[in-house]
Design a protein around this ligand. Structure first.
Ligand code: GCW
Length: 636
Protein backbone atom coordinates (compact mmCIF):
# COMPACT_ATOMS: atom_id res chain seq x y z
CA UNK A 1 0.00 0.00 0.00
CA UNK A 2 1.13 3.50 -0.76
CA UNK A 3 2.39 5.41 2.28
CA UNK A 4 -0.30 8.01 1.92
CA UNK A 5 -3.03 5.40 1.73
CA UNK A 6 -1.63 3.73 4.78
CA UNK A 7 -1.82 7.01 6.66
CA UNK A 8 -5.31 7.71 5.39
CA UNK A 9 -6.42 4.24 6.31
CA UNK A 10 -5.00 4.45 9.79
CA UNK A 11 -6.46 7.92 10.27
CA UNK A 12 -9.92 6.75 9.22
CA UNK A 13 -9.56 3.82 11.54
CA UNK A 14 -8.45 6.14 14.34
CA UNK A 15 -11.38 8.49 13.85
CA UNK A 16 -13.82 5.67 13.54
CA UNK A 17 -12.67 4.19 16.83
CA UNK A 18 -12.38 7.50 18.58
CA UNK A 19 -15.49 8.88 17.00
CA UNK A 20 -17.49 5.99 18.31
CA UNK A 21 -15.70 6.11 21.62
CA UNK A 22 -16.46 9.79 21.90
CA UNK A 23 -20.12 9.27 21.15
CA UNK A 24 -20.54 6.43 23.61
CA UNK A 25 -18.13 7.27 26.38
CA UNK A 26 -20.89 8.48 28.66
CA UNK A 27 -20.00 12.15 28.25
CA UNK A 28 -23.52 12.91 27.00
CA UNK A 29 -24.84 12.02 30.46
CA UNK A 30 -28.65 11.87 30.40
CA UNK A 31 -28.78 14.58 27.76
CA UNK A 32 -28.59 12.20 24.83
CA UNK A 33 -30.94 14.02 22.54
CA UNK A 34 -30.94 13.72 18.80
CA UNK A 35 -30.38 16.94 16.98
CA UNK A 36 -33.49 17.59 14.88
CA UNK A 37 -33.57 21.36 14.33
CA UNK A 38 -37.31 21.07 14.07
CA UNK A 39 -39.00 23.16 16.73
CA UNK A 40 -39.92 26.82 16.19
CA UNK A 41 -39.46 28.63 19.47
CA UNK A 42 -40.94 32.01 20.19
CA UNK A 43 -40.49 34.25 23.16
CA UNK A 44 -41.32 37.86 23.86
CA UNK A 45 -38.45 38.40 26.27
CA UNK A 46 -34.75 37.94 25.79
CA UNK A 47 -31.87 37.06 28.06
CA UNK A 48 -28.86 34.74 27.95
CA UNK A 49 -30.90 32.17 29.91
CA UNK A 50 -33.81 32.35 27.49
CA UNK A 51 -31.37 32.05 24.62
CA UNK A 52 -30.20 28.72 26.08
CA UNK A 53 -33.78 27.52 26.52
CA UNK A 54 -34.48 28.44 22.90
CA UNK A 55 -31.44 26.75 21.49
CA UNK A 56 -31.98 23.53 23.46
CA UNK A 57 -35.58 23.36 22.27
CA UNK A 58 -34.81 24.35 18.69
CA UNK A 59 -32.12 21.74 18.37
CA UNK A 60 -33.61 18.86 20.25
CA UNK A 61 -37.36 19.41 20.48
CA UNK A 62 -39.76 17.11 18.63
CA UNK A 63 -42.77 19.46 18.72
CA UNK A 64 -43.38 21.85 15.87
CA UNK A 65 -43.54 24.91 18.10
CA UNK A 66 -42.94 26.04 21.66
CA UNK A 67 -43.89 29.40 23.11
CA UNK A 68 -41.97 30.77 26.09
CA UNK A 69 -44.02 33.13 28.23
CA UNK A 70 -43.16 35.12 31.35
CA UNK A 71 -46.04 34.81 33.80
CA UNK A 72 -45.47 36.67 37.05
CA UNK A 73 -48.22 34.71 38.77
CA UNK A 74 -46.10 31.58 39.00
CA UNK A 75 -43.79 30.73 41.92
CA UNK A 76 -40.18 31.81 41.63
CA UNK A 77 -38.08 29.28 39.70
CA UNK A 78 -41.20 27.20 38.98
CA UNK A 79 -42.82 26.66 35.59
CA UNK A 80 -45.87 25.35 33.77
CA UNK A 81 -45.98 23.25 30.65
CA UNK A 82 -49.16 23.40 28.62
CA UNK A 83 -49.37 20.84 25.86
CA UNK A 84 -51.22 22.19 22.83
CA UNK A 85 -51.57 19.80 19.92
CA UNK A 86 -48.24 19.59 18.17
CA UNK A 87 -46.93 22.48 20.22
CA UNK A 88 -46.55 23.60 23.80
CA UNK A 89 -46.35 26.66 25.94
CA UNK A 90 -43.91 27.03 28.81
CA UNK A 91 -44.73 29.69 31.38
CA UNK A 92 -42.59 30.88 34.26
CA UNK A 93 -42.17 33.98 36.37
CA UNK A 94 -38.43 34.21 35.68
CA UNK A 95 -36.23 33.30 32.77
CA UNK A 96 -34.59 30.51 34.76
CA UNK A 97 -38.04 28.95 35.20
CA UNK A 98 -38.37 28.92 31.42
CA UNK A 99 -35.06 27.09 31.14
CA UNK A 100 -36.13 24.56 33.78
CA UNK A 101 -39.39 24.16 31.88
CA UNK A 102 -37.51 23.62 28.62
CA UNK A 103 -35.45 20.82 30.15
CA UNK A 104 -38.56 19.31 31.73
CA UNK A 105 -40.19 19.27 28.31
CA UNK A 106 -37.18 17.52 26.80
CA UNK A 107 -37.24 15.02 29.66
CA UNK A 108 -40.93 14.33 29.00
CA UNK A 109 -40.13 13.88 25.36
CA UNK A 110 -37.54 11.20 26.22
CA UNK A 111 -39.69 9.47 28.84
CA UNK A 112 -43.41 9.89 29.46
CA UNK A 113 -44.41 11.95 26.46
CA UNK A 114 -45.42 15.60 26.58
CA UNK A 115 -48.19 16.56 28.97
CA UNK A 116 -49.36 19.40 31.16
CA UNK A 117 -47.21 19.96 34.21
CA UNK A 118 -46.91 22.49 37.00
CA UNK A 119 -43.72 22.32 38.96
CA UNK A 120 -41.74 24.32 41.51
CA UNK A 121 -38.73 23.44 43.62
CA UNK A 122 -39.15 22.34 47.23
CA UNK A 123 -35.87 23.84 48.46
CA UNK A 124 -34.53 27.24 47.57
CA UNK A 125 -30.89 26.14 47.89
CA UNK A 126 -30.00 23.13 45.73
CA UNK A 127 -26.26 22.94 45.72
CA UNK A 128 -23.41 20.76 44.70
CA UNK A 129 -20.40 20.79 47.01
CA UNK A 130 -17.19 20.07 45.15
CA UNK A 131 -14.33 18.91 47.31
CA UNK A 132 -11.87 20.12 44.67
CA UNK A 133 -8.37 21.17 45.63
CA UNK A 134 -6.34 23.81 43.88
CA UNK A 135 -3.76 21.22 42.80
CA UNK A 136 -6.47 19.60 40.72
CA UNK A 137 -7.07 16.64 43.01
CA UNK A 138 -10.53 15.99 44.38
CA UNK A 139 -10.90 14.82 47.96
CA UNK A 140 -12.95 11.63 47.90
CA UNK A 141 -13.26 12.07 44.16
CA UNK A 142 -13.18 8.92 42.09
CA UNK A 143 -13.70 10.34 38.64
CA UNK A 144 -10.47 12.03 37.79
CA UNK A 145 -9.27 15.51 38.52
CA UNK A 146 -11.14 18.73 39.09
CA UNK A 147 -13.26 19.91 36.22
CA UNK A 148 -12.23 23.49 36.96
CA UNK A 149 -8.60 23.18 35.86
CA UNK A 150 -7.33 25.43 38.59
CA UNK A 151 -3.93 25.46 36.94
CA UNK A 152 -5.36 27.76 34.30
CA UNK A 153 -4.96 30.92 36.34
CA UNK A 154 -3.00 34.14 36.04
CA UNK A 155 -2.46 34.93 32.37
CA UNK A 156 -5.17 32.51 31.35
CA UNK A 157 -7.63 33.38 34.08
CA UNK A 158 -9.78 35.67 32.00
CA UNK A 159 -11.02 32.92 29.79
CA UNK A 160 -11.30 29.19 29.81
CA UNK A 161 -9.58 27.01 27.29
CA UNK A 162 -11.94 25.52 24.75
CA UNK A 163 -11.85 21.98 26.10
CA UNK A 164 -12.57 23.11 29.63
CA UNK A 165 -15.33 25.35 28.45
CA UNK A 166 -17.13 22.51 26.70
CA UNK A 167 -16.94 20.34 29.79
CA UNK A 168 -18.15 23.14 32.02
CA UNK A 169 -21.03 23.93 29.68
CA UNK A 170 -22.07 20.28 29.72
CA UNK A 171 -21.87 20.34 33.54
CA UNK A 172 -24.12 23.42 33.56
CA UNK A 173 -26.66 21.91 31.18
CA UNK A 174 -26.80 18.77 33.29
CA UNK A 175 -27.36 20.76 36.46
CA UNK A 176 -29.91 23.08 34.94
CA UNK A 177 -31.78 20.08 33.55
CA UNK A 178 -32.29 19.02 37.19
CA UNK A 179 -32.71 22.44 38.75
CA UNK A 180 -29.45 22.51 40.72
CA UNK A 181 -28.91 26.21 41.36
CA UNK A 182 -25.59 26.54 43.14
CA UNK A 183 -22.11 25.19 43.13
CA UNK A 184 -19.53 25.38 45.89
CA UNK A 185 -16.41 25.13 43.78
CA UNK A 186 -13.71 24.07 46.24
CA UNK A 187 -13.02 21.64 49.04
CA UNK A 188 -14.31 22.34 52.55
CA UNK A 189 -10.74 21.60 53.60
CA UNK A 190 -10.08 24.88 51.89
CA UNK A 191 -6.85 26.41 50.79
CA UNK A 192 -6.59 30.06 51.87
CA UNK A 193 -5.22 30.78 48.38
CA UNK A 194 -8.67 30.50 46.85
CA UNK A 195 -9.27 34.04 48.12
CA UNK A 196 -6.22 35.49 46.41
CA UNK A 197 -6.85 37.72 43.37
CA UNK A 198 -5.54 35.22 40.81
CA UNK A 199 -7.93 32.52 41.94
CA UNK A 200 -10.82 34.93 42.35
CA UNK A 201 -10.33 35.92 38.71
CA UNK A 202 -10.63 32.29 37.80
CA UNK A 203 -13.72 31.86 39.98
CA UNK A 204 -15.28 34.84 38.22
CA UNK A 205 -14.77 33.15 34.85
CA UNK A 206 -16.45 29.98 36.09
CA UNK A 207 -19.24 32.03 37.67
CA UNK A 208 -19.87 33.77 34.36
CA UNK A 209 -20.17 30.43 32.59
CA UNK A 210 -22.61 29.12 35.17
CA UNK A 211 -24.74 32.24 35.55
CA UNK A 212 -27.01 31.85 32.50
CA UNK A 213 -27.80 28.33 33.68
CA UNK A 214 -29.07 29.67 36.99
CA UNK A 215 -26.11 28.31 38.95
CA UNK A 216 -24.71 30.65 41.57
CA UNK A 217 -21.15 30.28 42.70
CA UNK A 218 -20.12 29.75 46.32
CA UNK A 219 -16.73 29.16 47.91
CA UNK A 220 -15.48 27.13 50.83
CA UNK A 221 -13.19 29.23 52.96
CA UNK A 222 -10.43 28.53 55.40
CA UNK A 223 -11.30 30.32 58.62
CA UNK A 224 -7.72 31.46 59.16
CA UNK A 225 -7.38 32.91 55.63
CA UNK A 226 -6.35 36.47 56.55
CA UNK A 227 -3.60 35.13 58.75
CA UNK A 228 -2.55 32.37 56.38
CA UNK A 229 -2.26 34.89 53.55
CA UNK A 230 0.00 36.94 55.80
CA UNK A 231 -2.35 39.92 56.04
CA UNK A 232 -3.23 39.78 59.74
CA UNK A 233 -1.55 38.19 62.71
CA UNK A 234 -4.71 36.60 64.05
CA UNK A 235 -7.95 35.15 62.71
CA UNK A 236 -9.91 35.92 65.88
CA UNK A 237 -13.44 36.73 64.71
CA UNK A 238 -13.85 39.40 67.38
CA UNK A 239 -10.76 41.28 66.28
CA UNK A 240 -11.76 44.37 64.32
CA UNK A 241 -8.88 44.05 61.83
CA UNK A 242 -9.98 40.52 61.03
CA UNK A 243 -13.55 41.68 60.59
CA UNK A 244 -12.39 44.46 58.31
CA UNK A 245 -10.29 42.03 56.28
CA UNK A 246 -13.33 39.85 55.64
CA UNK A 247 -15.47 42.87 54.73
CA UNK A 248 -12.86 43.98 52.22
CA UNK A 249 -12.47 40.46 50.84
CA UNK A 250 -16.20 40.07 50.42
CA UNK A 251 -16.46 43.37 48.61
CA UNK A 252 -13.57 42.31 46.36
CA UNK A 253 -15.47 39.10 45.54
CA UNK A 254 -18.74 40.88 44.77
CA UNK A 255 -16.94 43.33 42.53
CA UNK A 256 -16.04 40.34 40.36
CA UNK A 257 -19.12 38.20 40.95
CA UNK A 258 -22.20 40.31 41.68
CA UNK A 259 -24.42 37.28 42.29
CA UNK A 260 -21.89 35.41 44.46
CA UNK A 261 -23.75 33.07 46.80
CA UNK A 262 -21.62 33.01 49.94
CA UNK A 263 -19.33 30.81 51.99
CA UNK A 264 -19.33 27.20 53.13
CA UNK A 265 -17.25 26.67 56.26
CA UNK A 266 -15.66 23.68 57.93
CA UNK A 267 -14.23 25.08 61.13
CA UNK A 268 -12.61 23.42 64.13
CA UNK A 269 -13.16 20.08 62.51
CA UNK A 270 -10.56 17.50 61.58
CA UNK A 271 -7.68 19.92 62.04
CA UNK A 272 -9.22 22.90 60.26
CA UNK A 273 -8.82 26.27 61.97
CA UNK A 274 -11.84 27.96 63.49
CA UNK A 275 -13.11 30.43 66.05
CA UNK A 276 -12.42 27.85 68.77
CA UNK A 277 -8.70 28.54 68.29
CA UNK A 278 -9.35 31.91 69.98
CA UNK A 279 -11.79 30.69 72.59
CA UNK A 280 -14.72 31.92 70.45
CA UNK A 281 -17.81 29.97 69.51
CA UNK A 282 -19.01 28.74 66.15
CA UNK A 283 -21.67 31.44 66.37
CA UNK A 284 -18.99 34.14 66.78
CA UNK A 285 -17.18 32.81 63.73
CA UNK A 286 -20.23 32.37 61.54
CA UNK A 287 -21.68 35.75 62.51
CA UNK A 288 -18.51 37.59 61.60
CA UNK A 289 -18.62 36.18 58.08
CA UNK A 290 -22.37 36.62 57.86
CA UNK A 291 -22.07 40.30 58.75
CA UNK A 292 -19.61 40.81 55.90
CA UNK A 293 -21.86 39.01 53.40
CA UNK A 294 -25.18 40.43 54.52
CA UNK A 295 -25.12 43.71 52.58
CA UNK A 296 -24.79 41.72 49.35
CA UNK A 297 -27.38 39.08 50.15
CA UNK A 298 -24.74 36.37 50.66
CA UNK A 299 -25.10 33.48 53.08
CA UNK A 300 -22.87 31.40 55.34
CA UNK A 301 -23.34 27.65 55.37
CA UNK A 302 -21.66 26.55 58.56
CA UNK A 303 -21.04 22.83 58.85
CA UNK A 304 -21.95 20.98 62.02
CA UNK A 305 -19.51 18.16 61.21
CA UNK A 306 -17.35 18.65 64.29
CA UNK A 307 -15.99 16.13 66.72
CA UNK A 308 -12.99 15.68 68.93
CA UNK A 309 -12.31 19.36 69.55
CA UNK A 310 -14.46 20.40 72.52
CA UNK A 311 -16.01 17.11 73.43
CA UNK A 312 -13.16 14.66 73.62
CA UNK A 313 -14.26 11.35 74.97
CA UNK A 314 -17.92 11.89 74.17
CA UNK A 315 -19.58 9.45 71.77
CA UNK A 316 -18.78 10.97 68.37
CA UNK A 317 -22.35 10.75 67.13
CA UNK A 318 -23.51 13.01 69.98
CA UNK A 319 -21.01 15.78 69.52
CA UNK A 320 -22.71 17.93 66.90
CA UNK A 321 -25.82 18.37 69.04
CA UNK A 322 -23.76 18.94 72.20
CA UNK A 323 -21.81 21.63 70.41
CA UNK A 324 -24.52 23.46 68.48
CA UNK A 325 -27.65 23.18 70.60
CA UNK A 326 -26.50 25.79 73.13
CA UNK A 327 -25.87 28.20 70.23
CA UNK A 328 -29.26 27.83 68.59
CA UNK A 329 -30.75 31.30 68.36
CA UNK A 330 -27.38 33.06 68.41
CA UNK A 331 -26.72 32.99 64.68
CA UNK A 332 -27.38 35.91 62.34
CA UNK A 333 -30.23 35.48 59.90
CA UNK A 334 -28.08 34.64 56.92
CA UNK A 335 -26.37 31.69 58.61
CA UNK A 336 -27.51 28.19 57.78
CA UNK A 337 -26.35 25.13 59.65
CA UNK A 338 -25.34 22.37 57.23
CA UNK A 339 -25.36 18.81 58.57
CA UNK A 340 -24.73 15.40 57.10
CA UNK A 341 -27.75 13.13 56.88
CA UNK A 342 -26.46 10.84 59.61
CA UNK A 343 -24.66 11.69 62.86
CA UNK A 344 -21.43 9.93 61.89
CA UNK A 345 -20.11 10.16 58.38
CA UNK A 346 -21.94 9.06 55.24
CA UNK A 347 -22.01 5.38 56.17
CA UNK A 348 -23.98 2.92 53.99
CA UNK A 349 -26.70 3.13 56.65
CA UNK A 350 -27.02 5.50 59.54
CA UNK A 351 -30.03 6.56 61.52
CA UNK A 352 -30.90 10.19 60.74
CA UNK A 353 -28.84 12.87 62.46
CA UNK A 354 -30.73 14.10 65.53
CA UNK A 355 -29.41 17.63 65.02
CA UNK A 356 -32.40 18.04 62.71
CA UNK A 357 -34.69 17.45 65.72
CA UNK A 358 -32.80 19.70 68.09
CA UNK A 359 -32.04 22.88 66.21
CA UNK A 360 -35.19 24.97 66.07
CA UNK A 361 -34.19 28.56 65.48
CA UNK A 362 -31.39 28.28 62.94
CA UNK A 363 -32.21 27.43 59.33
CA UNK A 364 -30.81 24.05 58.34
CA UNK A 365 -29.56 22.27 55.25
CA UNK A 366 -28.83 18.61 54.78
CA UNK A 367 -25.59 17.46 53.21
CA UNK A 368 -25.74 14.21 51.27
CA UNK A 369 -22.71 12.57 49.76
CA UNK A 370 -23.15 11.77 46.08
CA UNK A 371 -19.59 10.60 45.73
CA UNK A 372 -19.62 7.08 47.14
CA UNK A 373 -16.79 7.41 49.63
CA UNK A 374 -18.14 4.59 51.78
CA UNK A 375 -20.28 2.82 49.21
CA UNK A 376 -17.81 1.33 46.78
CA UNK A 377 -16.63 4.65 45.32
CA UNK A 378 -16.89 4.68 41.55
CA UNK A 379 -16.42 0.94 41.36
CA UNK A 380 -19.70 -0.34 42.77
CA UNK A 381 -23.13 0.09 41.33
CA UNK A 382 -24.96 1.56 44.31
CA UNK A 383 -27.95 3.78 43.64
CA UNK A 384 -28.26 6.24 46.48
CA UNK A 385 -31.77 7.64 46.03
CA UNK A 386 -33.34 5.01 48.35
CA UNK A 387 -30.92 6.10 51.09
CA UNK A 388 -31.83 9.75 50.67
CA UNK A 389 -35.52 8.92 50.59
CA UNK A 390 -35.02 7.02 53.84
CA UNK A 391 -33.65 10.22 55.40
CA UNK A 392 -36.74 12.15 54.33
CA UNK A 393 -38.93 9.59 56.12
CA UNK A 394 -37.46 10.91 59.36
CA UNK A 395 -36.65 14.52 58.56
CA UNK A 396 -39.36 16.42 56.79
CA UNK A 397 -38.16 18.52 53.85
CA UNK A 398 -40.23 21.32 55.43
CA UNK A 399 -37.62 21.59 58.16
CA UNK A 400 -34.91 22.42 55.63
CA UNK A 401 -34.11 25.46 53.56
CA UNK A 402 -31.64 23.69 51.36
CA UNK A 403 -29.93 20.56 50.27
CA UNK A 404 -26.30 20.02 49.35
CA UNK A 405 -24.68 17.04 47.66
CA UNK A 406 -20.96 16.30 47.76
CA UNK A 407 -20.35 15.91 44.05
CA UNK A 408 -19.02 12.80 42.33
CA UNK A 409 -17.87 14.77 39.30
CA UNK A 410 -14.42 14.93 37.79
CA UNK A 411 -12.67 15.19 34.45
CA UNK A 412 -13.20 11.53 33.53
CA UNK A 413 -14.85 11.33 30.11
CA UNK A 414 -18.13 10.25 31.68
CA UNK A 415 -17.82 12.73 34.58
CA UNK A 416 -18.56 10.23 37.34
CA UNK A 417 -16.33 7.18 36.86
CA UNK A 418 -18.92 4.40 36.95
CA UNK A 419 -21.57 4.84 34.26
CA UNK A 420 -24.19 4.17 36.94
CA UNK A 421 -22.72 6.74 39.31
CA UNK A 422 -24.19 9.34 36.99
CA UNK A 423 -27.56 8.19 38.29
CA UNK A 424 -26.61 9.47 41.73
CA UNK A 425 -25.90 12.97 40.45
CA UNK A 426 -29.16 12.79 38.54
CA UNK A 427 -31.16 11.51 41.52
CA UNK A 428 -29.68 14.09 43.85
CA UNK A 429 -30.76 16.84 41.50
CA UNK A 430 -34.26 15.46 41.00
CA UNK A 431 -34.78 15.03 44.77
CA UNK A 432 -33.43 18.50 45.47
CA UNK A 433 -36.21 19.79 43.25
CA UNK A 434 -38.88 17.41 44.49
CA UNK A 435 -38.09 15.13 47.44
CA UNK A 436 -41.47 13.45 47.07
CA UNK A 437 -40.48 11.75 43.81
CA UNK A 438 -39.99 8.03 44.25
CA UNK A 439 -36.50 6.64 43.86
CA UNK A 440 -37.82 4.11 41.32
CA UNK A 441 -39.43 6.75 39.14
CA UNK A 442 -36.15 8.65 39.11
CA UNK A 443 -34.08 5.63 38.15
CA UNK A 444 -36.54 4.78 35.39
CA UNK A 445 -36.34 8.27 33.96
CA UNK A 446 -32.58 8.16 34.15
CA UNK A 447 -32.32 4.76 32.47
CA UNK A 448 -34.60 5.80 29.64
CA UNK A 449 -32.61 8.93 28.96
CA UNK A 450 -29.19 7.39 29.46
CA UNK A 451 -29.45 3.91 27.97
CA UNK A 452 -32.66 2.64 26.46
CA UNK A 453 -36.42 2.91 26.69
CA UNK A 454 -36.97 -0.77 26.17
CA UNK A 455 -39.47 -1.77 28.85
CA UNK A 456 -37.87 -4.92 30.08
CA UNK A 457 -34.50 -3.21 30.31
CA UNK A 458 -35.90 -0.27 32.26
CA UNK A 459 -37.88 -2.38 34.70
CA UNK A 460 -35.07 -4.90 35.32
CA UNK A 461 -32.36 -2.32 35.79
CA UNK A 462 -34.48 -0.02 37.87
CA UNK A 463 -35.30 -2.92 40.17
CA UNK A 464 -31.65 -3.78 40.44
CA UNK A 465 -30.75 -0.18 41.22
CA UNK A 466 -33.52 0.13 43.77
CA UNK A 467 -32.15 -2.76 45.83
CA UNK A 468 -28.49 -1.95 45.36
CA UNK A 469 -28.06 0.23 48.43
CA UNK A 470 -29.55 -2.42 50.71
CA UNK A 471 -27.35 -5.02 49.05
CA UNK A 472 -24.31 -2.87 49.74
CA UNK A 473 -25.32 -2.50 53.39
CA UNK A 474 -25.60 -6.28 53.54
CA UNK A 475 -22.24 -7.14 52.07
CA UNK A 476 -20.45 -4.35 53.94
CA UNK A 477 -22.11 -3.51 57.23
CA UNK A 478 -25.44 -5.13 58.03
CA UNK A 479 -27.60 -4.72 61.13
CA UNK A 480 -26.31 -1.29 62.11
CA UNK A 481 -22.57 -1.95 61.91
CA UNK A 482 -20.59 1.07 60.81
CA UNK A 483 -17.18 2.44 59.94
CA UNK A 484 -15.32 -0.82 59.49
CA UNK A 485 -13.47 0.58 56.52
CA UNK A 486 -9.82 0.46 55.69
CA UNK A 487 -7.93 3.41 57.01
CA UNK A 488 -7.93 6.50 54.96
CA UNK A 489 -9.19 5.37 51.58
CA UNK A 490 -12.39 3.86 52.96
CA UNK A 491 -12.80 1.34 50.16
CA UNK A 492 -12.32 -2.16 51.56
CA UNK A 493 -12.93 -3.83 54.95
CA UNK A 494 -10.67 -3.55 57.99
CA UNK A 495 -12.60 -4.76 61.02
CA UNK A 496 -9.39 -5.11 63.05
CA UNK A 497 -8.40 -1.52 62.28
CA UNK A 498 -6.74 0.22 65.19
CA UNK A 499 -3.86 2.65 65.39
CA UNK A 500 -2.72 4.16 68.63
CA UNK A 501 -1.55 7.33 66.86
CA UNK A 502 -5.00 7.95 65.30
CA UNK A 503 -7.99 9.56 66.94
CA UNK A 504 -10.05 6.70 68.33
CA UNK A 505 -12.99 7.91 66.21
CA UNK A 506 -11.14 6.78 63.12
CA UNK A 507 -10.66 3.22 64.32
CA UNK A 508 -13.10 0.47 63.30
CA UNK A 509 -12.66 -1.38 66.61
CA UNK A 510 -14.12 1.65 68.43
CA UNK A 511 -17.34 1.25 66.48
CA UNK A 512 -18.05 -2.47 66.51
CA UNK A 513 -16.51 -3.44 69.87
CA UNK A 514 -16.60 -7.11 68.95
CA UNK A 515 -15.23 -9.54 71.53
CA UNK A 516 -15.90 -13.08 72.70
CA UNK A 517 -19.25 -12.12 74.14
CA UNK A 518 -20.85 -9.94 71.55
CA UNK A 519 -20.78 -6.98 69.21
CA UNK A 520 -22.20 -3.46 68.85
CA UNK A 521 -22.06 0.04 70.33
CA UNK A 522 -24.28 0.65 73.34
CA UNK A 523 -25.92 3.99 72.72
CA UNK A 524 -29.05 3.39 74.80
CA UNK A 525 -29.53 4.99 78.23
CA UNK A 526 -27.42 2.12 79.54
CA UNK A 527 -24.53 3.30 77.37
CA UNK A 528 -23.67 6.68 75.88
CA UNK A 529 -27.36 7.66 75.78
CA UNK A 530 -27.09 8.99 72.24
CA UNK A 531 -30.75 7.96 71.92
CA UNK A 532 -31.68 10.85 74.21
CA UNK A 533 -30.97 13.28 71.37
CA UNK A 534 -33.85 11.85 69.32
CA UNK A 535 -37.42 13.10 69.32
CA UNK A 536 -40.32 10.94 70.23
CA UNK A 537 -41.12 8.19 69.28
CA UNK A 538 -37.58 7.41 68.10
CA UNK A 539 -35.90 8.04 71.43
CA UNK A 540 -37.81 5.20 73.12
CA UNK A 541 -37.84 2.99 70.12
CA UNK A 542 -34.09 3.13 69.62
CA UNK A 543 -33.44 2.85 73.35
CA UNK A 544 -35.32 -0.40 73.64
CA UNK A 545 -33.48 -3.53 72.62
CA UNK A 546 -36.80 -5.14 71.89
CA UNK A 547 -38.23 -2.33 69.76
CA UNK A 548 -35.13 -1.08 68.01
CA UNK A 549 -35.43 -1.71 64.26
CA UNK A 550 -32.97 -4.46 63.42
CA UNK A 551 -31.32 -2.43 60.70
CA UNK A 552 -30.04 -0.15 63.49
CA UNK A 553 -29.50 -2.83 66.11
CA UNK A 554 -25.70 -2.73 66.42
CA UNK A 555 -25.67 1.04 66.03
CA UNK A 556 -27.66 1.47 69.23
CA UNK A 557 -27.05 -1.76 71.12
CA UNK A 558 -24.35 -4.13 72.09
CA UNK A 559 -25.69 -7.66 72.00
CA UNK A 560 -24.51 -11.20 72.54
CA UNK A 561 -23.62 -13.33 69.55
CA UNK A 562 -26.52 -15.63 70.34
CA UNK A 563 -29.00 -12.81 70.90
CA UNK A 564 -32.37 -14.01 69.58
CA UNK A 565 -33.58 -11.98 66.62
CA UNK A 566 -37.12 -11.50 65.36
CA UNK A 567 -36.90 -14.42 62.97
CA UNK A 568 -36.06 -16.76 65.86
CA UNK A 569 -32.46 -17.18 64.81
CA UNK A 570 -29.41 -15.79 66.60
CA UNK A 571 -27.64 -12.55 65.84
CA UNK A 572 -24.69 -14.50 64.48
CA UNK A 573 -26.90 -16.51 62.12
CA UNK A 574 -28.52 -13.32 60.94
CA UNK A 575 -25.20 -11.62 60.36
CA UNK A 576 -24.06 -14.52 58.22
CA UNK A 577 -27.34 -14.48 56.30
CA UNK A 578 -27.06 -10.76 55.57
CA UNK A 579 -23.52 -11.05 54.25
CA UNK A 580 -24.58 -14.03 52.13
CA UNK A 581 -27.58 -12.21 50.80
CA UNK A 582 -25.53 -9.17 49.84
CA UNK A 583 -23.00 -11.27 47.96
CA UNK A 584 -25.55 -13.36 46.13
CA UNK A 585 -27.53 -10.28 45.10
CA UNK A 586 -24.45 -8.73 43.53
CA UNK A 587 -23.68 -11.99 41.80
CA UNK A 588 -27.10 -11.68 40.17
CA UNK A 589 -26.39 -8.16 38.83
CA UNK A 590 -24.16 -9.52 36.15
CA UNK A 591 -26.70 -12.00 34.86
CA UNK A 592 -29.25 -9.21 34.62
CA UNK A 593 -26.80 -6.97 32.77
CA UNK A 594 -25.77 -9.73 30.40
CA UNK A 595 -29.30 -10.05 29.07
CA UNK A 596 -29.02 -6.58 27.64
CA UNK A 597 -25.79 -6.66 25.74
CA UNK A 598 -27.54 -5.95 22.46
CA UNK A 599 -29.38 -2.93 23.85
CA UNK A 600 -26.39 -1.00 25.13
CA UNK A 601 -23.44 0.33 23.13
CA UNK A 602 -20.45 -1.92 23.57
CA UNK A 603 -18.17 0.53 25.34
CA UNK A 604 -20.52 1.28 28.18
CA UNK A 605 -21.84 -2.26 28.27
CA UNK A 606 -18.38 -3.70 28.74
CA UNK A 607 -17.35 -1.13 31.25
CA UNK A 608 -20.35 -1.90 33.41
CA UNK A 609 -19.94 -5.64 32.96
CA UNK A 610 -16.35 -5.43 34.08
CA UNK A 611 -17.22 -3.27 37.09
CA UNK A 612 -20.00 -5.64 38.14
CA UNK A 613 -17.52 -8.48 38.18
CA UNK A 614 -15.20 -6.40 40.36
CA UNK A 615 -18.07 -5.48 42.66
CA UNK A 616 -18.91 -9.15 43.09
CA UNK A 617 -15.31 -9.95 44.01
CA UNK A 618 -15.25 -7.04 46.45
CA UNK A 619 -18.52 -8.13 48.02
CA UNK A 620 -17.05 -11.59 48.58
CA UNK A 621 -14.00 -10.02 50.15
CA UNK A 622 -16.16 -7.98 52.51
CA UNK A 623 -18.00 -11.12 53.57
CA UNK A 624 -14.89 -13.22 54.01
CA UNK A 625 -12.87 -10.61 55.88
CA UNK A 626 -15.69 -9.51 58.16
CA UNK A 627 -17.17 -12.90 58.94
CA UNK A 628 -13.67 -14.27 59.41
CA UNK A 629 -12.89 -11.56 61.92
CA UNK A 630 -16.21 -11.81 63.79
CA UNK A 631 -15.73 -15.55 63.96
CA UNK A 632 -12.29 -15.09 65.42
CA UNK A 633 -13.56 -12.63 68.03
CA UNK A 634 -16.47 -14.82 68.94
CA UNK A 635 -14.31 -17.91 69.19
CA UNK A 636 -15.43 -21.34 68.10
O1 GCW B 1 -16.23 11.97 55.15
C1 GCW B 1 -15.13 12.56 55.75
C2 GCW B 1 -14.06 12.43 54.71
C3 GCW B 1 -13.13 13.59 54.63
C4 GCW B 1 -13.97 14.86 54.56
C5 GCW B 1 -14.77 14.98 55.85
C6 GCW B 1 -15.72 16.17 55.83
C7 GCW B 1 -13.59 16.86 53.32
O2 GCW B 1 -13.37 11.22 54.92
O3 GCW B 1 -12.35 13.43 53.49
O4 GCW B 1 -13.20 16.01 54.35
O5 GCW B 1 -15.57 13.84 56.02
O6 GCW B 1 -16.88 15.97 55.51
O7 GCW B 1 -15.30 17.27 56.16
Amino acid sequence: MDRIYKILFSLTFFFLCHGIAFAEDGSSLWLRYTSLDKTQVSSDTHSPTIAIARSELERYGTLSSVKLVIDKGLPSEGFRILAKGDGAEIRASQDIGLLYGAYALLRQQQTSGIRNLRSAPRFSLRLLNHWDNLDGSVERGYAGKSLWKWEEIDGQARKMSRGVEQRVVQYCRANASLGINGSVLNNVNASPKILSPAYLDKVAVLAAAMRPYGIRTFLSINFASPMALGETDTADPLDSRVQQWWRDKVSEIYARIPDFGGFLVKANSEGQPGPGDYGRTHADGANMLAAALEPYGGIVMWRSFVYGANHKGEDRVKQAVSEFLPMDGQFRRNVILQSKNGPLDFQPREPYAPIFDNIRQTPQMVEFQITQEYLGQSKHLVYLAPMWKEFFRFVSPQRLVGIAGVANIGDDPNYCGHPFSQANWYAFGRLSWDPSLSSASISQEWLMQTFSREEHFVSSLSQLMEGSREDCVDYMMPLGLHHIFKFDHHYGPEPDGFRADYPIEWCPVYYHKADAQGIGFERSAKGTDAVAQYRRPYRKRYDSLRKCPEEYLLWFHRVDWDHPMRNGKTLWENLVAHYDRGVSQVKGYRSVWQQFESLVDSQRWQEVDHLLELQYRNAQEWREVCLGYWQKMKGG
